[in-house]
Write a protein that binds this ligand. Structure first.
Ligand code: C5P
Length: 408
């Protein structure tokens, strides 16, 4: 750990009520050694494991453990404390704190501060390995991650309860290093990234539409990763059931023409456009004003479809256009079709994948083939967030190459 890796950081350390609370004392000392100012908030149960006096002596500040402490509120109210923090770290984060944070509860000072702060929140879970593995805990963690909460650890090994497995608090020196890594400015700081995601719904009548199987997960993962790396991110989303990633501006649309209008309207303000939406190529030429009825004598219904605008092609035609990334979902001859798309649509990068039952659209993970003029990279099957990071790495490298005057 380099000295002063946390210089200027104002760390609000929330200590939960688990046996690992004793390690939080060492953590305070190490955070201060790394240059951070530290204020400690304990849950009521944490005070059963370690005394507030220990943390007061180590942090150099009075310790708070209640929402209802009048003298403490007079010195620095809980909202002021929430504003004061540049970083919140909950260590150890017990299974109960994780559940309360996932629910957005404000039933004690620590949970309230986590809701009231605008600062990034990180948690370092520590618990029995069975509790860690429980689907309820894992679902709560997934919710928190989705909201941008960072999860440090836990480590695996022997536990205070005598069991062995995942659930040990990450060691204090590793926690300080992990926190320091999040303070570095992201490599996309200063970039404006526009992402489109999800399907489009093309209305037939007031109750029916033509849609597709896109879940939106890939585009949402790209938006989340870009925001976490410091970009200013706008996400134009078709109809999907996904939470907005932390720090992302979201515009909801329904049909391809609405998506076209939203995206083209933001073209001039964007450095990069990642077109991860599965845009419907056709729409009914008219939307019936009333629900279409089954006629007793007809066994067929004819719908006349007209072509939608190609958003990506229209972006490509602009002068001073952003760096353009298209997705190519193919059922066969993936590389040939994707290379053709790259050239025909004059894109800077194409991310191609094979779609079919259980692959691509609705799956949690995926495999991508990245193609750009003069290059390719196969990204093996991985989670969509991991693929999003690798895609952004390639975009950074290609844009850098352009600025350096290399064809890349
Ligand atoms: O030609 P194809 O539809 O397979 O190209 C897929 C890529 O083009 C995706 O990045 C998709 O978001 C984009 N696209 C678009 N507008 C359309 C159709 C596709 O921007 N009307």
């Amino acid at each position: 750990m380099t000295d002063n890796a946390l210089a200027g950081a104002r760390v609000l350390l929330g200590v939960g009520g688990g046996i690992a609370a004793y390690k939080a004392a060492d953590l305070v000392r190490r955070l201060r050694d790394a240059g951070a100012e530290v204020r400690v908030v304990m849950t009521a149960n944490a005070t059963r494991f370690v005394s507030a006096l220990t943390f007061q002596a180590l942090s150099g500040h009075a310790v708070r453990d209640s929402l209802w402490d009048e003298s403490a509120e007079a010195a620095m109210g809980h909202i002021e404390l929430a504003r004061w923090a540049s970083q919140v770290l909950v260590a150890p984060a017990t299974v109960d704190i994780i559940a309360r944070l996932a629910q957005g509860r404000a039933d004690d000072l620590l949970a309230t501060l986590c809701l009231a702060t605008g600062a990034p929140v990180a948690i370092a879970p520590a618990m029995n390995q069975q509790m860690w593995a429980h689907p309820a805990t894992q679902a709560n963690l997934a919710t928190l991650r989705q909201r941008g909460v960072r999860v440090f650890g836990p480590d695996s090994g022997g536990q205070a309860c005598g069991e062995f497995g995942a659930g040990r608090l990450m060691e204090p020196h590793s926690l300080v290093a992990a926190l320091a890594a999040t303070q570095a400015p992201g490599d996309l700081a200063g970039w404006s990234v526009l992402v489109s995601a999800g399907p489009t719904y093309e209305d037939i009548d007031p109750v029916r539409f033509i849609g597709n199987r896109s879940s939106g997960r890939m585009g949402f993962a790209v938006a989340a990763a870009a925001a976490a790396r410091g970009a200013d991110v706008t996400l134009v989303a078709g109809p999907v059931a996904l939470a907005t990633p932390a720090g992302v501006r979201r515009i909801d649309v329904r049909g391809a023409r609405q998506m076209h209008e939203a995206v083209l309207g933001l073209a001039g303000a964007s450095d990069v456009y990642v077109a991860a939406a599965a845009v419907g190529d056709f729409r009914p030429d008219q939307v019936a004003p009333r629900k279409l009825k089954k006629a007793s004598d007809a066994t067929t219904l004819e719908l006349r479809l007209v072509q939608n605008p190609d958003i990506l092609a229209d972006m490509a035609a602009l002068t001073g256009r952003p760096f353009l990334v298209g997705f190519a979902a193919e059922t066969e001859r993936v590389e040939a079709h994707a290379r053709d798309k790259l050239e025909r649509k004059r894109l800077d990068l194409v991310a191609a994948n094979e779609v079919g039952p259980g692959r691509g659209f609705e799956a949690e993970d995926n495999a991508l083939l990245l193609l750009w003029p003069g290059g390719r990279e196969a990204l093996p099957r991985a989670g969509k967030r991991e693929l999003a990071e690798a895609l952004l790495d390639r975009i950074v490298q290609l844009r850098q190459g352009r600025q350096d005057g290399n064809p890349a």
